[in-house]
Design a protein around this ligand. Structure first.
Ligand code: GLU
Length: 276
């Protein structure tokens, strides 16, 4: 059975890009007689605004979607901790206290997520007195891994290449998991078989595939869809003034009609589909 999910973070209102993503995930599952899940990814510290989760549910209802909701990330901290313990036992994590500024000052190479951490803290031992982020020792992790592949429904078979990111943070200083760890564990726990999300997260799947290998998790397929872009060719973002779905909803527009238009590639004015 195909199981997809929409996994928004309540740190800003949903816009058309989210609507498109949710519709793609919903339709891929329901057209195949599968299940569409909603998961609220609410562990983004002070950026999280819990009241937005209800707005998200109203937006999805307005679009005419039906879903099954699975527990929000904030209720799953124990499962993140046990995965972290397992990686610690394997000696694959090290504490890092470097600030972004310190890393930038070293003029590191750039990867798909921005600066690649140059490994300054590698080899340090955990000190319970000193709060620190935990990074994956990617080279060490790869020693135990042969070639691992992952399959994207649109882009085809990929060979996982997590080295391009360097040693990513799996546990933030202020949070029990980073996006990469939490999303990978949750998708496995929720039985997601087709991870559907925008192409802006395509590269993250190289890391997620490695984590699945290290933690013996089931391997889904992926579907990274193109993004909705604004007039300047950038992906939609609240910070660039993309209008919230809730504004359309409150002004009495018909969300089901909007959803049907998106399904046949009729975009709201000033918006196009493309690759950012
Ligand atoms: N929570 C992430 C976001 O809102 C999405 C994560 C995912 O789909 O893997 O950008």
């Amino acid at each position: 059975m195909i199981v997809t999910r929409f996994a928004p973070s309540p740190n800003g209102p949903l816009h058309w890009g989210h609507a498109y993503s949710a519709i793609v995930a919903h339709d891929l599952a329901t057209q195949a007689g599968g299940k569409f899940l909603l998961r609220i990814e609410d562990i983004d510290g002070p950026r999280t605004r819990p009241e937005l989760a209800d707005e998200f549910r109203r937006d999805l209802e307005w679009l005419g979607l039906e879903w099954e909701e699975v527990p929000a990330q904030s209720t799953r901290l124990e499962s993140y901790q046990s995965a972290v313990d397992r990686l610690l036992d394997q000696g694959l994590l090290y504490p890092c206290t470097c600030t972004r500024k310190e890393i930038e000052a070293l003029e590191p190479r750039t990867g798909p997520e921005g600066f690649v951490y140059p490994g300054t803290c590698k080899g340090r031992l955990l000190d319970p007195e000193k709060p620190a982020a935990l990074r994956l020792d990617t080279d060490k992790a790869l020693l135990s891994v042969g070639e691992v592949r992952w399959d994207d429904a649109l882009a085809g078979l990929q060979t996982a290449d997590p080295r391009q990111f360097g040693d990513v943070v799996l546990v933030r200083k202020d949070l029990p998991a980073s996006y990469h760890l939490a999303a990978t564990l949750d998708d496995a726990a929720d039985g997601v078989t087709l991870v559907t999300r925008g192409q802006d997260l395509f590269f993250a799947s190289h890391i997620h595939r490695l984590l699945q290998h290290l933690l013996d998790l089931p391997v889904p397929r992926w579907h990274h869809h193109p993004l909705l872009l604004d007039e300047s060719g950038k992906k939609l973002a609240k910070t660039r003034g993309s209008k919230a779905l809730a504004d359309y909803r409150r002004s009495g527009e018909n969300g089901r009609d909007w959803a049907d238009r998106l399904r046949i590639d009729h975009w709201p004015s000033g918006i196009e589909l493309g690759s950012a």
